[in-house]
Structure formats: C-alpha cells, structure tokens
Design a protein around this ligand. Sequence first.
Ligand code: GLU
Length: 298
Amino acid sequence: MTGRWAPSPTGEFHLGNLRTALLAWLFARSENTKLLWRFEDLDGAVRNDFYDSQIRDFQRIGLNWDGEIFHQSERLGLYQDGIEDLVQQGLTYRCWCTRREIREAALAPHSHLPEGAYSGKCRRLTAKEISENERSGRNPALRLISEGQLIRIQDRQLGDFEGAVDDFVLCRGDQTPSYNLTVAIDDADMGVTEVVRGDDLLPSTPRQVHLFHLFGAQPPRYAHVPLVLAQSGDRLAKRDGAVTIDDRVALGESELDVLNHLLSSLQLPNIESVDELEQVIRHFRPSALPTSPWIFDL
Ligand code: GLU
C-alpha cells in the first residue's frame, strides 16, 4: 500500500499542516504503507525557501517518508499526456469566462451541482461566439465535460459521501494544469492507494475520483481528517499567533513540546523524546480519532 504527503511549498508549516502530516504518517506507519512525499509546486505562490523549511519541520517532529521527493513542476509532460487523453476522448471544451463571469454565473442555482460550480456557459457557445473569443487574444482554460456525474465515496473517517462533478478546469489559461488534474494523475501514476488529507479537500474528491475512472485507474481509499481551527472558527493561519515550530520555540517550547501538543490534540499519549514517536503507533486507531476540529488554544 502507498500513501502520500503532498504539501504546496507556499508557506511555512503551521500546527494545522503538521497535525495532518502526523496523521498521514500515523496512518501509513500503522498499516505497513509506504509514505511518499510530493511537492505540489505548480502554484505561483511557491517560494524556494519553503521547500527546505517544510522538509525540516516535518523531520523536527520525528516524521519521515520513503524514497525520493517528487516535484509536480518536473512532471509537466505527464499532465500534458493526461489532458491529451481527455481531449481525444472528446471530453473537453475551451472556456473564456473571466473570474467575474464565473462568479456571477455560479450565483444562480444549478440543480444538484455543488455551490460555486461552473455553469457550463462556454460549452454552449455558438460557432460565431467561439471565433470572436479566439480573436480576442485571451487564452482559454480547458474544462472537463462531466455532465454533473454523481460520485459516491466511502471515506474512512467521514463515511458515505456523494458529490456531483462540475465542469472543472483541467488546464488554466496560462497553461498551468489544475490541482484536480495533477493530483489524480500523480496519485494514479505513483500507485497511491491511501490518501490522508484535510477535510477541506473532501468536496474536490468526487472530481478526482471521476478522473480516475476516465483514465481507467483504480481510485485510492480516502481518509479526510478534521482541520485545526482558530478561535474565530476559521481555518488556522499564520496570523493566529504562535503557530509554527519556530514560533513555539521562540516562546521557549521545544520541538518535543510541539509534537506532544499535536499528540494530545489527537488523544494520543505524550512521549519523552521525539525519537520515541514510533511507540505511539500501537496506540493509533483511526476509529478513535476526534471527529471534530481542534480549536487552537495554545
Ligand atoms: N497540495 C494540497 C495542499 O497543500 C494537498 C493536496 C492533496 O492532499 O490532495 O493543501
């Protein structure tokens, strides 16, 4: 079995990221599953120093991974092949909508599609409208024709979940392949069988599973885990106080203290040294994990 940790190097890890990392590690190490590391570094906000800081912080709390580190930025040919496959299957169309047009169209209720789903406007363009758009010089995004396909998943933590797939973007106008496309291609290509990640990504999962089906691949099992929230109820962020390992160390805590905070939040026993993390594995039961978010109060 193969799992993965797939951070975007767009910031230093905070306790929310590290808690999800710890969970990905615990799931993998308790089930004899390999844990791959994949940097999702196609986003414009990527910064060089965050690759190193993320790897370092992962290791500072005793986590490890298996094998070489993958970079999405080095795998563009693979994503291009995947896009070509979908084009050949006749499942794509070009979309010239601006962000604003997408937002405005998405306000109207669209049957069973998720909130904010794309309305499918550019799929219904006339030949005349298409040639006008082509002449505009704007680069179109490429979208998937999904026909609002319903996808059901059995999440290991959250149970049965069903979602409709919208005509999501496969490739942006600036030629960057989309998050959903690259994740599905990578998970399939790397033989990932176990995905453990934050439950904010649950709504994207039907899109990714749908792509697996279109590529004729077997989707992984999913475990979506609760996030860490700030007192305000929003997802934890850098502005919420001492939330990185460096911030905690500046307050006089050790890396072990940080790890023990995370273990306590998961109702797992504390340990005496970061090197003893393996001892926690036998106490780890996915079914005993808290089901609600951890409200950060340190
Ligand atoms: N790169 C995504 C993130 O940093 C995670 C993607 C995934 O686990 O599927 O939030």
